[in-house]
Design a protein. Structure first.
Lengths: 399, 199
């Protein structure tokens, strides 16, 4: 225990030691221009991100929106001016209900981020942007913001930078050197679907080629939380199978850390304003499919069983659909290996590992033992045989 | 596995942890606590998880206000004895800044400087802040970020995705009260009462 006097003395004597330039003075423009703060914040409402993938500075949800989504990052556009013609986006140049144009300056944005971080509202910055009049200029501004944060304010928090479509190799390198994670939005699963969504983006050159740049630079530059991507689900009338195939390519060939899915929601003034919104459950089922591949390590051929004839996921648990097709007999939790356990509905990777560890100590004889290990017994029971006893037969269960 | 190797450290912070219980827990391994169906191990597991959950949520939801540019302070009234641990976490996050957390009864003070963690206690939060203000001499209060945050928070609201049950599950009222966070959610013309009444 030390005296307060000593702490006050040390704190006073160490100005600029670690924090870089004094950071708490926010420019008046932030307080005065709330319209800008709101408009540029709202511009990222459909961008989904988490501060995941890097254990040192990530993973804390500082608040939740009224839809239950985590707010861990200060998610904002640098500018809402954009030269692209994307039929789903309110910032697009072909949107007839144009919002007032706003932009931050790199210094203003860096100070605001540090102030919010110090006050523990956020874990870091998610910085996206419209393309402005010139993509290269805006990309430089995004990089300049990150550079100020890292070099001037010695910011140690999470930075997720969006790579604008068509960004140069050197800009991508600079962005990666300063960021925790970068991402390039795919928006659609193929070039043909992209042409339905936007007349100005070249799918192969502006997007896939830039993702390859990131992958190629990963070895030399390093990027703690890797690259991610995002798709607008349902804007281009694509099927879930098409999305799945594209995502498989992204995970295998481009080594993305994860994909995000955002159900299409029509926005007033855009070319797609009268298009039907996509149900949120579609987004949810795609995340479940993604989870089965990425976390549960299901083989793509197994996941194929979850799609219907039209190539879409029905509004039901894909893992249960796969289990109905592929689990031929009851699984004995005392004998099955990890791979078989994790394929049973109600058993996830953590509970499967616990079952394996538990049965090395003692035999599982009761359902409540499984419950204490984290198994959702109600869902798992039809597939299990515990101590020679079965809850119900699979035939009865699926009838 | 969710139980950390140093689970005794967290167990000792539980509001109802006793010395005899701590002694018995010393004989258990991490795996015992994680997996054993023994009633005592189950109780210890629940106690450790309760402390871990409180630390996680308080680290997320405590809001810090600047008092001068070398001091950050915030309201905290934890259920368990986690105040010191949470205060040290913020001190590591903002080196060379005095962190003061507390309530009307007790407060915790930490400073991470030159690789050393200095810590102390005081009476109420108000008392601690008065003491520090006197010692620092000049205290120029910075502007509160609350208004800026409210504008930003509102901008993230998507009406078509409204899901109050998920919000309620992830931001329990008890936790919000412990960090005095109720005001933050009073945006978009809604109050917390709206959410709780609607469930």
């Amino acid at each position: 225990m030390v005296t307060l006097e000593k702490m006050a003395h040390l704190a006073s004597g160490s100005c600029f030691d670690s924090l870089g330039q004094s950071t708490t003075n926010l420019p008046d423009s932030i307080y005065l221009n709330k319209e800008k703060l709101s408009a540029l914040g709202a511009g990222t409402r459909y961008d989904i991100c988490t501060s995941s993938g890097c254990s040192e500075v990530a993973g804390v949800c500082h608040s939740f929106t009224h839809d239950g989504r985590c707010i861990s990052l200060f998610k904002t556009l640098y500018t809402n001016q954009c030269s692209h013609q994307c039929n789903y986006c309110t910032n697009a140049s072909n949107c007839c209900k144009k919002a007032k144009v706003f932009s931050y300056s790199p210094d203003e944005l860096a100070r605001l981020t540090v102030s919010l971080y110090r006050s523990n509202y956020i874990e870091g910055l998610f910085l996206s942007s419209g393309a402005g009049r010139d993509e290269d200029v805006i990309m430089e501004k995004l990089i300049e913001t990150a550079r100020l944060l890292r070099n001037k304010f010695l910011f140690k928090g999470y930075i997720h930078l969006k790579i604008l479509p068509g960004a140069s190799f050197s800009h991508i390198r600079e962005a990666m050197e300063l960021s925790t994670r970068v991402s390039i939005n795919l928006e659609a699963p193929s070039a043909s679907h992209m042409s339905d969504l936007s007349s100005t983006k070249d799918y192969d050159n502006d997007i896939l080629q830039r993702q390859r740049y990131v992958k190629d630079l990963m070895g030399s530059v390093g990027l703690p939380a890797g690259q991610t991507t995002q798709l607008v689900v349902g804007a281009g009338d694509e099927s879930d199978r098409e999305i799945f195939k594209r995502i498989l390519y992204e995970y295998r060939e481009l080594e993305i850390k994860r994909a995000y899915y955002s159900a299409f929601s029509p926005q007033g003034g855009t070319a797609f304003a009268s298009k039907e919104p996509q149900p949120l459950w579609r987004e949810h089922r795609l995340y479940q499919m993604d989870w089965l591949y990425r976390v549960y390590h299901f083989h793509p051929e197994e996941i194929e069983h979850a799609f219907d004839e039209a190539g879409n996921l029905p509004d039901s648990d894909p893992k249960a659909a796969i289990a109905r097709e592929l689990i031929n007999g009851p699984v004995d939790p005392n004998a099955a290996d990890y791979r078989d356990l994790v394929r049973v509905p109600g058993i996830g990777p953590i509970s499967a590992h616990r079952i394996v560890a538990f049965r090395m100590r003692q035999k599982i004889t009761r359902k409540n033992e499984l419950a204490s290990l984290g198994v959702i017994v109600k869902r798992a029971a039809p597939y299990l045989k515990i101590n020679g006893w079965r809850d119900t037969t699979l035939d009865r269960w699926s009838a | 596995m969710r139980i950390p190797e140093n689970f005794l450290y967290y167990l000792s912070m539980h509001e109802s942890c006793t010395e005899p219980q701590l002694c018995r827990a010393e004989k258990l391994t991490t795996e015992d606590v994680e997996l054993s169906p023994d009633p005592e191990a189950v109780v210890i597991r629940k106690m450790v998880c309760s402390v871990l959950a409180e630390i996680y949520r308080m680290r997320a939801f405590v809001r810090l206000k600047p008092l001068d540019d070398r001091v950050l302070y915030g309201y905290l009234k934890p259920r368990h004895k986690t105040g010191g641990d949470i205060c040290r976490f913020f001190a590591r996050r903002s080196p060379f800044t005095i962190i003061v957390l507390g309530n009307s009864l007790e407060s915790w003070i930490s400073l991470c400087a030159g690789g050393r963690m200095l810590q102390g206690n005081s009476g109420s939060l108000e008392h601690a802040l008065e003491e520090i203000s006197c010692l620092l001499g000049r205290v120029e209060k910075d502007r509160d970020l609350e208004e800026v945050w409210k504008v930003y928070y509102s901008s993230q609201y998507s009406p078509e995705r409204r899901n109050i049950k998920a919000f309620h599950r992830r931001m329990p009222r008890d936790v919000l009260n412990r960090v005095d966070l109720e005001r933050e959610q009073n945006v978009n013309g809604l109050t917390l009462s709206d959410f709780f009444d609607s469930d």
